[in-house]
Design a protein around this ligand. Structure first.
Ligand SMILES: NC(=O)c1ccc[n+]([C@@H]2O[C@H](COP(=O)([O-])OP(=O)(O)OC[C@H]3O[C@@H](n4cnc5c(N)ncnc54)[C@H](OP(=O)(O)O)[C@@H]3O)[C@@H](O)[C@H]2O)c1
Length: 308
């Protein structure tokens, strides 16, 4: 059975290719096939696309068991200027539309399409407890998520099951937010950002990948799922636990206004605000998290790094 993954060369995509390749024929769609071959060539057949239009890659979508759309310009890599914001938004809308158009043109529709979204959908919500029934929030990231979800919602009418994953902050080695959070700790400059009271809804990379596989393989599941660990934590407590695991102090704090000066709007939406999210539908569906406590997740990530 064929699984087509867009954004397969990314942090989550690489781990997913690796996890699926024994049971599935994995096709990695990438804008740069040479780079992709080096990154995921051991676990997937690489096929080039432009991330915007349909093309010969439709042959891969035709009759596929699943299409998993993870592509999109990285949200947390630097200051958001006008061009960066346009890139973040349009990369997600263009790739989602290209997937939708490809499905329209297939003779045999894929059984399931999984569309990446994020808990940024909920905006900045303080201490409010959020689940999949919560309303959308305000802000740039909420708009980005809502736009790509709206496109993905049209997939059901084409006859394929559609699952939208609202992912929290993914913790693992080799990418995502953790290496950037850890960096100052290594120089004994660890600490939280802003008040530290903002909620941090995280998920381990292992659970993220397992949850995507679970949702892909369970044909009764469709619609929106929060991919976050059942126990979110405040930023301040997260930094303390991180410091404990890597044996470095978490004693500083980086005032919000400095972060805003340095990183602009990105700091406000990504670093200084948070969401307290529960993975209600995943738990109801019987998904078993490997990592419920963040300390255990961080310890496992540390020991995996030592082994690699
Ligand atoms: N990591 C997290 O903590 C997290 C949290 C919430 C949501 N998510 C979402 O989950 C998805 C995967 O996350 P990730 O961390 O694996 O992302 P990532 O490491 O930034 O990788 C995303 C991939 O998307 C492709 N891409 C980048 N810019 C693109 C563009 N302009 N047009 C088309 N494709 C483009 C790239 O593949 P090629 O260069 O090979 O084409 C890249 O490898 C993203 O949509 C992200 O927003 C991630």
């Amino acid at each position: 059975m064929r699984v087509v993954i867009t954004g397969a060369t990314g942090f989550i995509g690489r781990a997913l290719c690796r996890a699926l390749h024994k049971d599935y024929e994995v096709i990695a769609l990438s804008r740069d096939s040479n780079r992709a071959a080096k990154s995921v060539g051991n676990w997937a057949k690489v096929v080039e696309w432009d991330g915007r239009t349909t093309g010969s890659w439709i042959q891969q979508a035709d009759g596929a068991f699943a299409i998993i759309n993870l592509a999109g310009e990285n949200v947390a890599s630097g200051r958001w200027n006008k061009a960066k914001k346009a890139g973040i938004l349009h990369s997600r809308m263009d790739t989602s539309r290209a997937v939708l158009d490809a499905i329209k043109q297939t003779n045999k529709k894929p059984k399931v399409v999984i569309q990446a979204s994020a808990i940024g959908y909920y905006g900045s919500r303080g201490i409010e407890r959020l689940d999949e029934n919560s309303t959308a929030g305000k802000g740039f990231l909420a708009d980005v998520c809502r736009n790509s979800e709206t496109i993905a919602n049209q997939i059901e009418s084409l006859g394929a099951r559609c699952v939208i994953i609202r992912t929290g902050v993914v913790l693992g080695n080799g990418g995502g937010a953790l290496p950037r959070i850890i960096q100052p700790f290594r120089f004994f400059l660890g600490g939280h950002i802003g008040s530290g009271r903002q909620w941090f809804s995280w998920i381990s990379l292992e659970d993220e990948v397992a949850a995507i596989k679970f949702l892909m393989e369970n044909e009764n599941l469709q619609g929106v799922f929060n991919l976050t660990a059942p126990k979110p934590i405040t930023m301040k407590r997260f930094c303390r636990k991180l410091g404990w695991v890597i044996r470095r102090p978490s004693w500083l704090f980086f005032p919000g206004f400095i972060m805003r000066l340095a990183l602009g709007e990105m700091a406000g939406e990504v670093l200084l605000s948070g969401q307290r999210v529960k993975p209600k539908r995943l738990l109801e569906a019987g998904f078993e998290f490997k990592h419920i406590e963040v300390k255990k997740a961080l310890k496992d990530i540390k020991s995996q790094k030592k082994k690699s």
